[in-house]
Design a protein. Structure first.
Lengths: 297, 365
C-alpha cells in the first residue's frame, strides 16, 4: 500500500478554506465527544463509590478513585444465587471464543482456497449456499440447533457453543478467504503443481504465508461476533457454562435492594475489554486486510 | 530415435465447446517446438494439456516414450515457465528455485549444489536472498527459468515467457533462451503469439488457428511454403502479398494475369506451375519483389509498376503498388531511386511464388 501521509504537503489555502477546515475539525471533535460520552460515564461511574454515585452528578469526575467496584465485579458480585463475580464466565468465554475463532478461520481458509483455486463442478453453487448461510437470522436456527446439540450430546456445554459458532462462522470466513485468494493468479497453483506439490502442501507453503492480512480481518470479525454473542450463549448454555455476556445480563438484572451502578459499569467494561484489545493490537492490519487484494507476483 | 513428445488425436472440450481438435504432433529429443497462433487459438491450452494441468477430452499423449495421458503434472518429468513467472511471493529466490526439490525430498546438499550451478548459469547469484517483489521483470524471468532448469526435466514448457518484458529485454532474453537451448541440448515446447519469436527460436513450428493445426514444419518450410492463406498471412512481417490473379495454361507453364486499375493487366509467365484453376491467389513475400536489375535468376520476371508510396525503413525501403486491387509491398534496397507517383520496373521472383485457392485457402503448388 502506498503511504500518502509521507509525501503529502498541504497546499496554501485561502482564509475561507481554512475556516471551513477548522469547522470540519470542530464538528468531527463534537461527534467524537458525543460517541465517547457513554464510555466516559461508564469509566467514571465504575471508579466511584456507591455513596458518591447517589450524591454526585452523573458526569462529574470521581472525588475518591476506588477500584472496589472492579474487584467486586470480577470476583464477588452475584449472578442469581452464586456470588463469584464475572471471573468464571469470563474464562468460559475465552474457552469458547478462542477455539471457535481458530476453527472457523482455519476451515474458512481451506474452503476459500478450494473455491478460489481448485475449481470443481458446483463450486459456485456451494459458495452461493454458504453466502446464503451468512444471512440466516440467528433466531431461525435456535430450535433445530438445540435438537442437533441434544443428539450430538453437546447440549449445554462449551464444546456445544464452539460447534454452533464455528458452523455459523464458516459462511463469513469462507467469503473472506475466497475473495482474497481469488485475486492470487492461478498460475501460482499451476507452478506449484508442476513442482510436485499437492493440495495441502500448496496451501501450507504458498497460500497461508500470503494470508496474514485476511487472517487478521477474519480473526477480528469472528472474535468480536463470538465474544459479544448473547443469543446463542443464553440459549445453549446452562449454569456453569454461560459466557460472560450472559453473566453480565444476570448481574445487572439480579441485583436486589440497592442498584450497584459502579459494579455494573465495571462488569460491562470487563466484558468488553477483550474485543477492544483485539482492535487495538490488530486494527492496523484490519484496514489493510480489508483493502489489500492482489499480490504482486 | 523415439519421439520425446508424442501427441495423438488430442481433443479438448470445455463443456460443448471444442477448444482443440485432432492435434497430432511429435518431436525428437533436442527439438525446439513453438506453438504459434493468434490469441484464443488454443495454444496455451495445448501446453497446459501437455503439462497435465488440463485433462484432455480425447486422444493420447506420451512423454519420453511413456503414456502420460492421465498422469499428474509432477510425474511427467517436465518443468514449466509461466507468462506471469508465478514465483512464490513469500519465498526468497533461493527457496523458489529449490521448492520443487524440497517437495520431492531431495537432500539438502544436492539442493545446495544444484542451486549454485543454476544460479551461476543464469547469473543470479547476488539475488538469491531477495524476494520476487524486489526483482525487476528481467530478473524475475531469470528466476523462473532457474526454477525450471534446476529440475533437469525431459521437457521444458514455456508459456509466452517474454510477453511481459519490454521490447529490448525481450530480444535479449530471446537470444538467451536460444543459447540455453543450444548449450543444454534440451527439448522445449514454447508458446507465443509473436511470429518473429517463433521463427527465431524454433526448430519446428506448429501454427494453430481455432484449435486446429494449420501447418507443422521447420521455420523455413512455414515461411517459404505456407500451407494455406492463414499461415501465409500470419507468418512474416511485413506480411506476404496475396494478390488475386487469373491463371491460364500456356505451353508447359502457366500464364498469370493480374488486373490493374487504370492500366493494362500485369502478365507473368510461370514455367513450373501446372494444373492451376482459373482463379488463384498469388502469394509473394515483399523480399521476392525487387527493383529490376537487383535480382537475377531464370524465374525472375520484370514488369513496370506504378508506385503509390515509398517507405524508407533504414536498411530497406518498402514501396507499395496496387496490383489486383491489393496494396502490394516490395522490399527494395535502401538506396533505391523509387519515387511515389512514378513508374518503376519491378522484378518478381517466381521461384518463390505460392498459389492458393481463393475459396478454401489451401495451397495449390
Amino acid at each position: 500500500m502506498t503511504d500518502f501521509t509521507q509525501s503529502y504537503t498541504a497546499p496554501r489555502r485561502s482564509f475561507g478554506q481554512l475556516a471551513l477546515r477548522w469547522l470540519l475539525f470542530a464538528l468531527l471533535g463534537l461527534f467524537a465527544l458525543f460517541y465517547l460520552m457513554p464510555l466516559f460515564v461508564m469509566v467514571t461511574t465504575s471508579l466511584k463509590s456507591l455513596e458518591e454515585i447517589r450524591t454526585g452528578s452523573l458526569v462529574a469526575l470521581p472525588r475518591d478513585v476506588t477500584f472496589e467496584a472492579w474487584s467486586t465485579a470480577w470476583s464477588g458480585t452475584c449472578t442469581g444465587v452464586k456470588c463469584e463475580g464475572l471471573r468464571p464466565y469470563f474464562w468460559n468465554s475465552v474457552l469458547m471464543t478462542v477455539p471457535a475463532v481458530f476453527l472457523a478461520t482455519l476451515l474458512g481458509a481451506v474452503n476459500g482456497y478450494v473455491i478460489a483455486q481448485w475449481r470443481f463442478k458446483g463450486a459456485n453453487l456451494i459458495f452461493a449456499m454458504m453466502l446464503f448461510g451468512c444471512f440466516i437470522p440467528f433466531q431461525v436456527v435456535l430450535l433445530p440447533m438445540a435438537r442437533s446439540l441434544g443428539i450430538l450430546g453437546l447440549a449445554g456445554s462449551i464444546p456445544g457453543l464452539i460447534f454452533v459458532h464455528v458452523i455459523y462462522g464458516i459462511g463469513f470466513t469462507t467469503l473472506f478467504f475466497r475473495n482474497y485468494y481469488v485475486t492470487i493468479p492461478a498460475e501460482l497453483t499451476k507452478a506449484a503443481k508442476v513442482d510436485g506439490a499437492g493440495f495441502f502442501r500448496i496451501f501450507w507453503s504458498i497460500f497461508l504465508p500470503l494470508s496474514l492480512p485476511i487472517v487478521v480481518v477474519t480473526v477480528i470479525w469472528q472474535f468480536t461476533n463470538i465474544w459479544n454473542d448473547f443469543l446463542f450463549g443464553v440459549s445453549f448454555s446452562q449454569a456453569g457454562t454461560q459466557p460472560v455476556t450472559v453473566a453480565l445480563n444476570n448481574i445487572v438484572n439480579s441485583t436486589t435492594g440497592v442498584k450497584e451502578y459502579n459494579v455494573d459499569m465495571a462488569a460491562a467494561i470487563i466484558a468488553a475489554l477483550p474485543t477492544l484489545l483485539v482492535y487495538v493490537v490488530a486494527g492496523k492490519y484490519f484496514i489493510r486486510g480489508l483493502t489489500a487484494g492482489s499480490v504482486k507476483g | 530415435m523415439a519421439p520425446i513428445l508424442d501427441i495423438n488425436n488430442l481433443y479438448k472440450n470445455y463443456g460443448s465447446v471444442e477448444i482443440l481438435k485432432d492435434i497430432n504432433v511429435a518431436i525428437e529429443p533436442g527439438d525446439f517446438l513453438v506453438l504459434v497462433g493468434p490469441s484464443g487459438c488454443g495454444k496455451s491450452t495445448l501446453l497446459n494439456c501437455i503439462a497435465g494441468l488440463e485433462p484432455i477430452t480425447g486422444g493420447t499423449l506420451s512423454i519420453g516414450g511413456k503414456d502420460m495421458t492421465h498422469v499428474s503434472p509432477k510425474d511427467r518429468d517436465i518443468a514449466m515457465v509461466f507468462q506471469s513467472y508465478a514465483l512464490y511471493p513469500t519465498m526468497s529466490v533461493a527457496k523458489n528455485i529449490t521448492f520443487g526439490m524440497k517437495v520431492r525430498g531431495v537432500d539438502a546438499a544436492t539442493q545446495e549444489s544444484k542451486l549454485k550451478e543454476v544460479a551461476s548459469q543464469l547469473q543470479i547469484e547476488q539475488l538469491l536472498h531477495r524476494r520476487p517483489g524486489q526483482l525487476s521483470g528481467g530478473q524475475r524471468q531469470r528466476v523462473a527459468m532457474g526454477r525450471a532448469l534446476v529440475r533437469d526435466p525431459k521437457l521444458f514448457l514455456f508459456d509466452e515467457p517474454l510477453s511481459n518484458l519490454d521490447a529490448k529485454l525481450r530480444v535479449e532474453m530471446r537470444s538467451e533462451i536460444k543459447k540455453l537451448h543450444q548449450n543444454l541440448g534440451a527439448t522445449m515446447v514454447y508458446v507465443t503469439h509473436d511470429q518473429i519469436e517463433a521463427m527465431t527460436l524454433a526448430t519446428k513450428i506448429v501454427v494453430l488457428k481455432g484449435g486446429v493445426v494449420q501447418q507443422i514444419g521447420t521455420p523455413a518450410e512455414i515461411y517459404n511454403r505456407p500451407a494455406n492463406l492463414f499461415v501465409a498471412d500470419f507468418m512474416g512481417s511485413p506480411a506476404m502479398n496475396l494478390i488475386p490473379a487469373k491463371a491460364t495454361k500456356n505451353g508447359s507453364g502457366t500464364q498469370i494475369e493480374i488486373a490493374r486499375d487504370g492500366a493494362a493487366p500485369l502478365v507473368l509467365t510461370d514455367t513450373h506451375a501446372k494444373n492451376l484453376p482459373q482463379d488463384v491467389i498469388l502469394g509473394l513475400r515483399p523480399e521476392d519483389i525487387a527493383e529490376a536489375g537487383f535480382r537475377a535468376g531464370e524465374d525472375v520476371q520484370v514488369a513496370e509498376c506504378h508506385i503509390d508510396m515509398v517507405e524508407p525503413a533504414g536498411a530497406d525501403t518498402f514501396v507499395v503498388s496496387e496490383l489486383g486491387g491489393k496494396q502490394v509491398t516490395a522490399r527494395l534496397h535502401a538506396e533505391t531511386g523509387a519515387e511515389s507517383g512514378k513508374a518503376l520496373p519491378l522484378a518478381f521472383d517466381l521461384s518463390k511464388v505460392s498459389y492458393f485457392a481463393p475459396g478454401s485457402g489451401e495451397r495449390l503448388n
